[in-house]
Write a protein that binds this ligand. Sequence first.
Ligand code: HEC
Ligand code: HEC
Length: 459
Amino acid sequence: MRRAAWILLGGALLSVGHWASAGEEDDARLSGGATTVFVTNKHSFGKSAANLPVEDLRKFAFGNRIFNTNWVKAPASVTSFDGLGPIFNRVSCSGCHVRDGRGRPPKSAGGPWNSMLIRLSVRGAPGEAPGPHPIYGGQLQNRAVQGVAPEGRPVVSYAPFTRELPDGTRVELLKPTYEIKDLRDGPLGAGLLMSPRVAPAVHGLGLLEAVAAKDILRLADPEDKNKDGVSGRPNWLPGKASGAKVLGRLGWKANQPSLRQQAAGAANGDLGLTTSLFPTDHRTPAQRKRIETPNGGVPELSDEHLDKLVFYLQALGVPARRNVAAPGVLRGEALFTKVGCASCHTPTLHTLPDAKPPHLAGQTIHPYTDLLLHDMGDELADGRPDHQATGNEWRTPPLWGLGLQKVVSGHTRLLHDGRAHNTLEAILWHAGEAKQVTRRFEALPAKDRAALLAFLASL
Ligand code: HEC
Ligand code: HEC
């Protein structure tokens, strides 16, 4: 895989001079193929794909409205948007995915959790997989409708420590610790596993859903046969409809197979809305006895509205890269492959020729992910298995749009729990399978490290 990337890269370097006149397929700016949008302002993750047919724009706008709707407690006068809770995390999708961008940890210690959540489970008996918490379920809901108490209040604190690079450069990193206070139904008890996660940006996911499973599996190397220290495993999930295993692609541990299931799961877990996929809300049986509230219809989020919401996510364009031909950026791009970042952050993938909706079909895309799970070491581990993902494994996140995150989301926090404050910190947290790659990065002269970061900023 890495050799192929070199050849590609060689080609790209040779064609630098011709960029302006090059055909679309060699245009390095087109991260999302023909869906790519040329927008660099705070709305750059929220635009419809450049190649979306005009007749689909109304459907996109309607889906956008559902994504931004503030749901209310049932019964309400607007019956199609009632049924919130009774316990929930936010009242809208966009409450966490603000402007379709990424969430962040609270701004101050003890501050409210506005765009981040904690998944919960308890360790099983020896040999058994962990399951959801018997009282609090699989996710802590830190908000509730009027008259109902939230499940608890998550709190994060950070302990600073210093990393020294081989050339003496010192970087301060912050190690987070999580606690849940004001627990409504008593202590969480022994064997608790917690996984704090920020809301990822949501652009380009339709394209990732449209990549053939076999292309992703080809990148997997579970036994590390090529001995590059990097393995990569798929997260196989139980299929909801047929029972056959399906490939996980979405979420920080690839714990969701499709945008439809992801959106319905979010409606259920994060907003407390039922759908045809998840017909009961997320209260555990223990809570059901104690909290009774009227529902907002059966289901609360109709199939028609769920379809529109999914279409909206499929139709979001990917922002174009900037400064692709700047010498520092090109040098950084070469180093990205040379030190081995590209062995997980796969630069190029292709979507299926018959993908639906048609604007997603046959695209050459540059997401910088293999959609596979990697052991990232003990420091990043949450210790909480998620389907076939172990407590140490995370899915390689796509890097497209990285350089616009500050403009869109107003911050540069990175990684699954937002502990990194910038791309340099994010890289320094990489360990496990990425250990050798991180070492090579750390050993680069300062100028080369800066070039690699400049490349990341151009994405
Ligand atoms: C409380 C904050 C919150 C709310 C509200 C929320 N999300 Fe999310 N969203 C997350 C988090 C956290 C993840 C990652 C989940 C994981 O890794 O398990 C996520 C993941 C996603 C993903 C997959 C992203 C990726 O890169 O794989 C999509 C799509 C998504 N959410 C859509 C929605 C939709 C649609 C809604 C409204 C119905 C919604 N979200 C509401 C926090 C939120
Ligand atoms: C072994 C696979 C692997 C290698 C090699 C690797 N990464 Fe990553 N990268 C990941 C995974 C998995 C995450 C998510 C970890 C987490 O959130 O805890 C990640 C996260 C990131 C992030 C933060 C993304 C986000 O959305 O928060 C950046 C930036 C990044 N990597 C850049 C790099 C660079 C630059 C290199 C090379 C120096 C590199 N990575 C090498 C797997 C890898």
